[in-house]
Ligand binder design. Structure first.
Ligand SMILES: *Cc1c(COP(=O)(O)O)cnc(C)c1O
Length: 438
């Protein structure tokens, strides 16, 4: 695999942007590889400027559930772009997307469109605080909710403590109001509510966690969160930015039958353009300006191109009643086959999967929280990643990321992926054999 042009482009980019990128994970710093610079993508395939072609399981980190450059979306965008790209004034498109979102997420009685998942979660937390008049929030260690200050907090190794900022620039004062708890630990949450439940504005959770690799909720976890937040009058926020339209059309709330007070959507809802949504119970959302006093605004919010891509995407998802069933089956078959290929090579992996998302942990045990995820083998993952890339399989450069299957992945794509995986597991097995025997 030749990445000469990408390497040169990367050097040039580094002069102007931190790490040469506009979002850190793209720099591949965790895997010591040159990031391919992308020229274009279509369907399940992504192409770099050196002319390499890859089967893409990143899908722009989630949005591309229909594959890249879907003809119906491209057509609609071409028509929309000729009518002007931004007005900063209301359009019927916004209501059309809101109706589609509400049809799929009935709990979102009133909603607001924003430009990124970060904005959606940040605003939902503000609304929860404004509505309850309380300051503290609970989040889970290893859950990512975008990079707003209140949410960039992580208590560190498994302890249930008041937050330490996990980035310079987040003040101690802000971090103090964020309480971090291990994922899937409902009794830890109940203990905190018993201590200071009257001060807690909200619990925010990825109902299916996808930002520490894929971790599914234990049976009692989401119902437990619903119960305890109701008891203390705290707002339950489901951050479905990743798992919305992915684990089921109606997200985790449909799949696990637990209804949150507020929901955040992003990624798929914008069909590959910058768009996210937050919304929920009417009595909470009517407190948002200008109906209420909680301020939130956006110059490009409800942008006509983003609305168009979102509308077309949701229409396609709604049109085919078996869409989710088909894509889930495809993904679970891929996950099962990966496990078998690894077993045949004597490599121990975990392949959690829900709907059209899965991930791979080089771990001997099932992963239930961030501590478990961190115990996975980094060295085996690095080898897996670079050998798969060489074989034309484009994966996320970290086992703390989730992988995504799209409607465009064909049986041939899956077969090629499994062939590459079988070879790669053999290489890993041979390389690490001595270590295992020692
Ligand atoms: C991606 C993601 C976000 C942040 O969305 P951006 O559009 O990157 O700001 C928030 N929450 C979850 C669960 C995500 O996966």
């Amino acid at each position: 695999m030749n990445l000469e042009k990408s390497a040169a482009a990367f050097e040039e980019a580094k002069k102007f942007m931190p790490g040469g990128v506009n979002s850190p994970v793209r720099s591949y710093s965790s895997v010591d590889c040159t990031p391919p610079f992308i020229s274009h993508a279509t369907g399940s395939r992504i192409f770099d400027i050196d002319g390499n072609e890859y089967i893409d399981y990143v899908g722009s980190w989630g949005p591309m559930i229909l594959g890249h450059a879907h003809p119906q979306i491209v057509e609609a965008l071409k028509k929309a772009v000729e009518k002007g790209t931004s007005f900063g004034a209301p359009t019927e498109l916004e209501t059309e997307l809101a109706k589609l979102v509400q049809k799929i997420y009935p709990s979102m009685e009133v909603m607001r469109m924003v430009n990124s998942g970060t904005e959606a979660t940040m605003s939902a937390v503000r609304v929860a605080r404004g509505f309850t008049g309380r300051n503290k929030i609970i989040k889970f260690i290893g859950c990512y909710h975008g990079h707003s200050d209140s949410l960039l907090v992580n208590a560190g190794s498994g302890a249930t403590t008041f937050g330490e900022p996990s980035s310079p620039g987040v003040t101690q004062g802000t971090a103090q109001d964020t309480i971090s708890v291990p994922y899937n630990d409902i009794s830890a949450v109940e203990k905190i509510f018993a201590q200071c439940g009257e001060e807690i504005a909200a619990v925010i959770v990825e109902p299916v966690a996808g930002n520490m690799g894929l971790i599914t909720p234990k049976k009692n976890f989401l119902p437990g969160l619903r119960k305890v937040t109701e008891k203390y009058g705290a707002v339950l926020i489901f951050d479905e930015v990743m798992c919305g339209f992915r684990v089921a059309l109606g997200g985790a709330q449909e799949k696990y039958k637990v209804t949150p007070d507020l929901t955040c959507l992003g990624k798929i809802v914008g069909g590959g353009l910058p768009c996210a949504v937050y919304g929920g119970r009417e009595n909470i959302m009517r407190n948002v300006s200008p109906d209420g006093k909680i301020y939130q605004a956006g110059t490009l919010s409800g942008n006509p191109l983003a609305m168009t891509a979102g509308i077309e995407t949701l229409k396609i998802l709604l049109k085919e009643s078996s869409f989710m069933e088909k894509i889930s089956k495809k993904t679970s078959a891929l996950a099962d086959s990966l496990k078998i290929k690894a077993q045949l090579a004597n490599v121990e992996i975990q392949v959690p999967q829900v709907g059209a998302m899965f991930s791979i942990f080089f771990n001997t045990k099932r992963v239930k929280n961030y501590e478990d995820a961190k115990s996975s083998s980094d060295d085996q993952f690095k080898m897996w990643f670079s050998e798969m890339l060489k074989r034309g399989i484009y994966l996320a450069p970290s086992q703390f990321e989730t992988l995504f299957v799209s409607a465009a992945h064909s049986a041939e794509d899956i077969a090629k992926t499994l062939e590459a995986a079988a070879e790669t597991f053999q290489i890993i097995s041979t390389h690490f054999k001595n270590e295992i025997e020692e």
